[in-house]
Design a binder for this molecule. Structure first.
Ligand SMILES: [Zn+2]
Length: 775
């Protein structure tokens, strides 16, 4: 079925694009088709991002830099070999989309030059002989296969295909569970998640060539996952149903494996793999997904709702593999819930990682801070991943299925499609979505037979008004989350959709207790320092006085020139509250605060944040923004003086210590009556104070040259030991009420750090240190 459709599609492509057919038809037919990118042209906000991805990034990349690790082994960095394959994948899709001859020329050159670097035995990694198969070279072969197979299929240039087979044959002859072969799990990192993710292109190469040994290698990978030293991907997802329990929880490599598992399921119809992947998806959506569609911090999946706003949050490689995972599930099931996640991750986290002009990308794109845009590749896996995500958008934005056509994204677009019976159908989407909720979809077909147009009913919109040729359509059927309209589509049939774009308040929980985030339709909004407009105000304190929407006076406004990244760009004014950065730390002031879509936040270089504190006026923490110091620098660099417990610090340096302290220094002495210490986080190897020899103490100096004076101890701090945190998890507050007011210039909490399960070291952590003067 799918093979027949691919052949039908190929006939409608322009002359230079002829999709090379696969020799093996998948056993599982897709419920929604993967569309060659030249059939859909997007021209709204998303379309602009696709355009600059090609023009300012993919065409601009230096080809010598992409190839240098292969031309002169070893590469300058351990996983430097992955970039060229990722570029070939993204640039091929981008070239199909635009037809740009300059990009095609570059593609032909890079594909040919890469093949020239292959060694006689088929090896195409960046390592020296002595270092083969121990680090990131199976991984690089994976990306070279993905890149070259994509290039071969879309350009019709079969020249690199024998090189792909030689790479695959080398993998087949080197790795396996037969005697004398090497263990693939040991050929790379993260409990084998990295090397075994070569599953995806091995399945694709099997389908393209029909060579059964490649399928047998895939079967070996599935066995290796479950062997004693393997990551136990499928068994864990079928039983525990939690991604943080798979292997070491490394998100990018795991999602890469799951994308391969779905490709295998499509090919060989092993239903356990689909079930395992659906369990993984549900677990991520329910417990491990950020509002913007980011899905990891520190590059790992963590415990339920353990989603700090900073701490290497939102690796772009994870964002892109999560997008691919949803696109795979959408193709296989035809269910809109996966398209809803695609909209969420594309409009927020993915576009938030891409610099609006397309020239640079961010590695970790967090819920607050500054956007870390860079345009080099050195040590930056994400900078070659981001462009792949953007280049994939036209493959699922508007597509076809056995019943007709499907609209997944509402960006302005023109799609020239072929129905499964070969009849042409055009879908023209007009409007200024997501700034305007009024979307016109014109369907145009010569088909005499009725067919179905499916329009995604967005999860954020409870009630969509639908008109067909100007008449309200009452209660259209909803199939798999799509409004389904079946009729004979004569020329210029127009469907109008009225999505109610409304602001919604998301009340923070877990690590965002006491904060809110604002969303508008599909957009996650963020405060942006550059929109504050007053230099004597502290961006850190920007928040809201109370959370009910009417009091926030939410108002969309056209963006000013500086923030107009596309013609429909908007900013969103709310009734906010800000505290002065200098002067007396008393009450906050009510001021209009403007928010921007997360995708554009921080684009002018300033700080941004998604989660806004509520009720700032009530707190008058005298140590707010005081000077910070601690006994050891540690490895987390949040703040203990920003009234934000989600940004923490540690003293971790891999060494033991008998004493740790966290201190704040004021400009002028202040009188205080109450001290609040907030625990940072409990790690397996420490992070808390060991109280077996006494509770943590609060000490103060009244002048710079004065001696430390003990004001008291944190009596409520639990009875911990060096190895037992006594149920401390993170963010707990411990209070010392002073019997008499004290004048302090410097205040600190001091105690003995704990070692957890690693007695060779010890460290502690702190989320906040605050002091108040109660009446
Ligand atoms: Zn990365």
């Amino acid at each position: 079925m799918a093979a027949v459709f691919l052949a039908a599609t190929a006939a409608t492509l322009q002359a230079e694009v002829a999709l090379v057919p696969e020799k093996v038809a998948p056993l599982v037919a897709d419920r929604q088709d993967f569309l060659p990118p030249d059939l859909v042209s997007l021209s709204g906000w998303v379309g602009r991002r696709i355009e600059v991805n090609e023009a300012n990034r993919l065409v601009q990349l230096d080809t010598d830099r992409l190839l240098e690790g292969y031309r002169k082994r070893p590469g300058r960095q351990s996983y430097d070999g992955e970039h060229v394959g990722k570029w070939l994948h993204a640039a091929t899709l981008a070239w199909v989309y635009t037809g740009d001859p300059a990009l095609r020329k570059k593609l032909d050159f890079v594909a040919a030059e890469l093949v020239k670097c292959q060694l006689p035995d088929g090896y195409l990694g960046t390592y020296l002989d002595k270092d083969r198969w121990t680090d990131w070279d199976v991984w690089a072969h994976k990306y070279n296969l993905i890149g070259l197979i994509t290039y071969v299929r879309f350009t019709g240039n079969l020249e690199p295909l024998p090189a792909c087979c030689r790479m695959a044959d080398l993998l087949c002859s080197t790795f396996g569970d037969a005697p004398g072969k090497r263990d693939l799990i040991r050929a790379g990192h993260h409990v084998g998640l990295a090397p075994t993710s070569v599953l995806e292109p091995m399945v694709l190469l099997y389908r393209l060539t029909g060579e059964r040994r490649y399928l047998e290698f895939c079967e070996y990978i599935l066995r290796a996952w479950e062997q004693p030293n393997g990551p136990k991907i499928i068994s864990t997802l079928l039983t525990a149903k939690r991604v943080d329990k798979v292997g070491n929880g490394k998100a990018y490599e795991m999602l890469s494996c799951l994308n391969g598992a779905l490709e295998y399921y499509r090919t060989a119809s092993d239903h356990r793999l689909l079930e395992a992947c659906l369990n993984a998806w549900q677990d991520i959506v329910d417990n491990r997904l950020y509002l913007t569609g980011a899905a990891s911090y520190g590059e790992l999946f963590h415990d339920d709702f353990d989603l700090p706003n900073v701490d290497n949050v939102g690796e772009t490689c994870v964002t892109v593999t999560w997008l691919q995972f949803n696109a795979q599930l959408l193709r296989l099931t035809g269910e809109a819930r996966f398209a809803d996640q695609l909209e969420r991750v594309v409009l927020n986290q993915l576009m938030g990682a891409q610099k609006p002009d397309g020239s640079a990308w961010g590695y970790y794109v967090q819920m607050e801070g500054k956007k870390p845009y860079t345009s080099t590749l050195d040590g930056q896996c994400c900078l070659s991943s981001g462009p792949r995500g953007i280049a994939l958008i036209p493959t699922f934005a508007v597509t076809t299925d056995p019943e007709g056509v499907v609209v997944n994204l509402y960006d302005t677009a023109l799609a020239r499609l072929s129905l499964h019976d070969g009849t042409p159908a055009a879908v023209d989407i007009e409007g200024a979505f997501p700034s305007d909720g009024h979307v016109r979809v014109r369907v145009d077909s010569t088909s005499r037979k009725p067919f179905m147009v499916k329009l995604r009913q967005p999860v954020w919109c409870t009630n969509t008004l639908v008109l067909v040729n100007g008449r309200v359509l009452e209660g259209p059927p909803v199939i798999n989350g799509y409004l389904a309209i079946t009729r004979s589509w004569h020329r210029h049939e127009v469907i109008e959709l009225e999505f109610k774009l409304e602001p919604r308040v998301i009340v923070g929980d877990h690590l965002n207790e006491g904060k809110i985030a604002l969303v508008y339709g599909p957009l996650v909004l963020a405060a942006d320092e550059a929109l504050l407009g007053f230099t004597n105000l502290s961006f850190k304190t920007v928040g809201v006085a109370e959370k009910p929407l009417p009091l926030l006076e939410f108002t969309p406004e056209p963006a000013s020139n500086r923030f107009r990244t596309w013609p429909g760009a908007e900013v969103f004014r709310i009734n906010g509250i800000v505290r002065r950065a200098t002067g007396p730390l008393t009450a906050g002031e009510r001021l209009p605060v403007r928010l921007v879509p997360f995708a554009d936040a921080g684009a002018t270089g300033g700080e941004y944040k998604v989660w806004l504190p509520v009720g700032l006026v009530a707190t008058a923490n005298l140590l707010f923004e005081a000077g910070e110091s601690r006994s050891r620098k540690g490895n987390l660099y949040g703040s203990i003086a920003d009234d934000d417990p989600s940004t923490l610090v540690t003293t971790f340096d891999g060494k033991p210590a008998d004493e740790d302290w966290f201190a704040l220094t004021l400009d002028e002495p202040a009188t205080i009556t109450r001290v609040v210490f907030m625990h940072g986080r409990t790690f397996h190897d420490g992070g808390w104070f060991d109280t077996s020899a006494g509770k943590p103490k609060v000490q103060a100096k009244s002048a710079a040259d004065a001696a430390w004076e003990t004001l008291g101890e944190l009596a409520d701090y639990p009875a911990t030991t060096a190895t037992d945190p006594a149920k401390l998890k993170g963010g707990e507050a411990f209070i010392l009420k002073l019997p008499t007011p004290a004048k302090v210039l410097v205040l600190r909490v001091i105690g003995k750090p704990a070692c957890g399960d690693n007695p060779k070291q010890a460290f502690s952590s702190c989320a906040e240190l605050q002091a108040y003067k109660d009446k």
